[in-house]
Design a protein around this ligand. Structure first.
Ligand SMILES: Cc1ncc(CO)c(N)n1
Length: 232
């Protein structure tokens, strides 16, 4: 069976290509969503200087996400056969807008000076990767799959810090709520559905590009968490 016919079969069983890849790359996915930095938030042992470093770097990252998300929106306009994709991606634009405002408020609360933050190598590498995905020769299917992966890592990571039994410090719970809340989980689910629908119709060539992009996102996410712990 080809990867493509496998995907079609999977979707009739109510699971898609993304679920298939998550099974196949479980360890890589867990590496990104259960990183030692996140586990330290969850068990309360997190070093606040790491948290502040993450906060400043993520502010820069989120700003760099704006042209990427705009490019996904543009690709949806041109290439999507379902007009509801637009609403979901516009929701993503709105959520980035809120995030930027939230980072500014949070940074002032923690005394992190946003104007003087220097992007670290892992951050620059990730931003450069995002920029490469904005090119017009990158298919909508590949771009929306990358977008799902980027959002899903944060959703799964921060939701883990709010589960029963977690000892996340009170002052970090609001941060975890940003990405760990039910609305964000729903939004990620919508992105996953869009990606699965596109992947189901994709050629083998696009499928393998999309799978590769998911793996690159997961690698960059691990690099990003490592940076927060002062490891790069
Ligand atoms: C590094 C990184 N990945 C994903 C997200 C989710 O938006 C974020 N804010 N930062």
């Amino acid at each position: 069976m080809t990867e493509k016919s496998e995907a079609v079969e999977k979707s009739s069983n109510n699971t898609g290509m993304i679920e298939e890849w998550l099974r196949k790359h479980r360890l890589v996915y867990t590496g990104a969503t259960r990183h030692p930095f996140i586990l330290s938030v969850r068990d309360g042992s997190v070093d606040l200087s790491s948290f502040k470093r993450w906060l400043g770097q993520d502010y820069l990252f989120v700003k760099a996400c704006v042209p990427f998300v705009a490019s996904v929106l543009l690709k949806a306009c041109k290439e999507s056969d379902d007009s509801s994709d637009m609403e979901v991606i516009l929701g993503g634009v709105a959520s980035i807008n809120d995030e930027i405002a939230w980072f500014m408020k949070e940074a002032s609360k923690w005394g992190v000076p946003l104007t003087s933050i220097v992007p670290q190598k892992a951050n620059l590498d990730y931003c450069r990767f995002l920029e490469s995905l904005t090119r017009s020769d990158v298919e909508y299917t590949v771009a929306i799959t990358a977008f799902w992966a980027i959002e899903a890592v944060y959703q799964e990571s921060f939701a883990h810090c709010l589960e029963d039994g977690s000892k996340t410090p009170e002052e970090l719970k609001e941060t975890c709520q940003r990405w760990g809340n039910e609305g964000f989980s729903q939004y990620c689910h919508c992105l996953r559905n869009i990606a699965n629908r596109c992947l189901q119709k994709a050629t083998d060539d696009v499928l393998s590009k999309a799978e590769e992009v998911v793996l690159r996102v997961l690698e960059h996410e691990v690099g990003f968490w490592n940076m927060s712990r002062g490891e790069s």
